[in-house]
Design a protein around this ligand. Structure first.
Ligand SMILES: NC(=O)c1ccc[n+]([C@@H]2O[C@H](COP(=O)([O-])OP(=O)(O)OC[C@H]3O[C@@H](n4cnc5c(N)ncnc54)[C@H](O)[C@@H]3O)[C@@H](O)[C@H]2O)c1
Length: 349
């Protein structure tokens, strides 16, 4: 077997803006067994040198030092960007700060890649400015739509692309926590599996903890491009339990995604055991523990392959913006008493 010395392949320097949950603190949660923060995912990667991180809360430095003792901490984003020339910058601040972070990065630094947490901005109003900052610039903008890095989810997509169970016809989704937060992942994965959502219609508003952050949660029906797939997404109260589940119905089978993608159950069809002349769904395989793999580590591996020139980015600026278009159509539908609303693109000229 040929052994590859990763260090000899050259390292990329990285920096992080925002050391809250996904930037750093998730790796202090004992229930999370795999690297779940940008800090740890960079810190342990042999091809990455994490050189600096910033947060406006000084108390974050003591946590940073526990995971990455040699990384320089800055309380001011501008000081960090002026001081360090890095290849990759992660943006892990709240969405309403992303635009300011991108502006600062482009003004004071020249990384090759920005790895930006979702939602890429907090509101559709900010999208034209985001476009004008990023479009036609020699920089790769990679949104962290994290389901795309999961090998379990990639296998589901391969089944769809290869028509393993025939055409995908219907999607039932169940989610908690808001159309901007969880919505980013939900609308992206639906698009990745079934094409862009073309039309939405809100059935009801469901109270969740996201309401406190000004973010509604709706139960709604949708159709995807050319009405190929129809769907029903039901919102649940997260105070009762957390949910992120999808059921995908095909001509000749079904795939159930459970526990936020940790488990995937595949069904084919077989003769019905009780009723003559009918088929029945038959369990084929049950994959569990899929999130034992760190999706952030997978993302960092992908970033390296992109910077090495081996892969194209799996996620683009447009992919990052798309969930906001769906969220906007849902808000319009709710405000118009459950009208059918087209998911409109935006003019970015
Ligand atoms: N991809 C995922 O699965 C996933 C999971 C969790 C969070 N997120 C996203 O990541 C982003 C951050 O979420 P979070 O839960 O970590 O939030 P958080 O509030 O826990 O952390 C944000 C951090 O940014 C810091 N900050 C705010 N303004 C700053 C500034 N101007 N300069 C430097 N630091 C600043 C805050 O002090 C805080 O420590 C959000 O966009 C969120 O939606 C994504």
């Amino acid at each position: 077997m040929v052994k590859i010395d990763l260090f000899k392949m050259g390292q990329y320097k990285s920096a992080i803006i925002g050391l809250g949950q996904v930037g750093l603190m998730y790796d202090f949660d004992l229930k999370r067994k795999t690297p779940s923060s940008h800090t740890l995912a960079y810190q342990i990667h042999p091809r990455i040198e994490l050189v600096a991180a910033t947060d406006n809360r000084i108390e974050q430095v003591k946590y940073l030092q526990q995971i990455a003792p040699r990384v320089e901490f800055y309380q001011n984003i501008y000081d960090m960007l002026k001081q360090h020339h890095v290849d990759i910058v992660s943006i892990c601040t709240p969405p309403n700060h992303h635009l300011a972070a991108i502006e600062a990065i482009l003004r004071f630094s020249s990384p090759r890649l920005i790895f930006c947490e979702k939602p890429v901005v907090s509101h559709l109003d900010e999208v034209p400015q985001l476009y004008s900052l990023i479009k036609n610039k020699p920089i790769i903008f990679l949104p962290n739509l994290s389901r795309r890095w999961s090998t379990g989810m990639r296998r589901v997509r391969e089944c769809i692309m290869q028509d393993t169970y025939g055409a995908l016809q219907k999607i039932h989704a169940r989610y908690t926590r808001g159309i901007f937060n969880t919505g980013s992942h939900l609308f992206d994965i639906i698009r990745w599996f079934a094409g862009s959502i073309e039309q939405v219609q809100v059935v009801e508003k469901v109270p969740t903890s996201s309401d406190q952050e000004g973010e509604p949660s709706y139960t709604f029906v949708f159709t995807t491009e050319h009405k190929k797939v129809s769907g029903f997404a039901e919102a649940f109260k997260d105070e009762q339990y957390y949910l992120f589940e999808l059921d995908l119905y095909f001509e000749r089978g079904k795939i159930d995604i459970r526990l936020s993608g940790d488990s995937v159950i595949y069904y084919g069809i077989d003769e019905h055991p009780l009723f003559s002349g009918f088929n029945n769904l038959k369990l084929q395989k049950n994959e569990t523990g899929l999130l034992a793999e760190s999706t952030l580590q997978q993302a960092v591996d992908h970033i390296i392959r992109v910077l090495d020139g081996i892969e194209q980015p799996a996620c683009t600026l447009e992919d990052g913006i798309y969930p906001l278009l769906v969220a906007n159509a849902l808000v319009c539908s709710y405000q118009n008493n459950g009208s059918k609303e087209k998911v409109e693109g935006i003019n970015n000229e």
